[in-house]
Design a protein around this ligand. Sequence first.
Ligand SMILES: [Zn+2]
Length: 440
Amino acid sequence: MFNKKNLFVIIVLLLLMTLYTPGFAAAGLDDIDWTVYHDVDFYGQTLHALAENYPDIVKVYTIGHSWRERQLWTAEITGTGTEPKTGIYIVGNIHGGENEGAISAMYFAWWLVTNSEDAAVKDILDKYIIYVTPVMNPDGYAASAIYNTRQNLRPRDANGDGKVFSDPYTDTNGDGFISEIYTGAQDSKVEDRVYVGMESPDWDKNGIPGDDPKNSGIDLNRTFDYMWNYLDVDTDPILGEDIYKRAGPDAASEPEVQAVQNFMIYHPVYAVLSLHTGEQSVLYPWCYTQEPTKDNDFFKGVAQKMIAAYEDVTGRPAYEKQSAHDYQTDSEMIDWAYGRLGIHAYTMEVYAPGEPATEGDDSETHTWGNKLPEEKWEYVGDWQGLKDVWFKTSPTAQMVRTAPPDQDKLVEGTKNAILELIKSEPNGDGPVVPEYLKWE
Ligand SMILES: [Zn+2]
């Protein structure tokens, strides 16, 4: 029987248990496995562990949140001296499925902090204040643990049934992956099979599996408030191909983008780096036009040093270019940072999956050199009321939650590239925040 006194004791015990959240001890910081994929919570936890164990040089705070109210955890790392310091900002994972960008940002913060007794690192921390947001798009990161998506999770009703996300991709056969659904006779050729939808139990029962997935259609790196939708509206002929969709409903409409823009407005930094996956390259403004910036020679010089540092450690090739000469886009983070505030801005793409070109192939490839799984076709016959159903599982779908080989070299090489970027600052006039962007 509980009497009041027992109940009181139990309540106190329960309170004590909730207060005691086992810390990510210093030992835990030494044990991080940089060769594997980590879930989205790893990043906030590791940043907090750094702040807990190195309170003199690390502060952790959130700069905003995503649509699903995940925090954009950010570390501020600097030495204890009071001299004016040069600000540098590192941002990972604006694109949800690009985990290697997130872990590169996280590794850089971890390396800087855990080596802070080293003379060279101490020197950096005396001269610079370094901000790191490893995961700018935490909703996209979490969604990409199921199926790779660049996008955020602004609520969307893709199938028009009046309900948001009413038919999300779901692993129905327990193989851990999301397949594309096709129909075609068992002896049909691949090219004769007909696409039906995506793997799901057809939650909304409209006969089309997976037609209202957890993604927004929006690419956060096309929604910054600079030359917004330029390629879809202002060029003749129109160069864009997805008018008013991937760019969001308005310039800087997304909370994740607002958070990062506001952060740069109120924490003026000399250089910003946005980390990505999909190429092995360093890119710099402009994205929206092939005209060079007045800082083109400076950008090129820094980018060349970053590439050399990356290649040296990883043993993998990379290239540098003005972004618009790689491919033309608009409203990217780096164009906003440079165009609005005069911040030196770089995109670094740290990993391009796949094997290098074979001998005799003169196309210039810059790939990691790993063999990807084969595209998989499985005939399943009758499935959810459909006949002659095939499951197609792409190499990318099979690689979900799989880190590339040598990811520890990848993050080390990227770290050295970031050090080159840091060394290049301060340079020029520094950031200038226009009056119209300030609140007061
Ligand atoms: Zn990207």
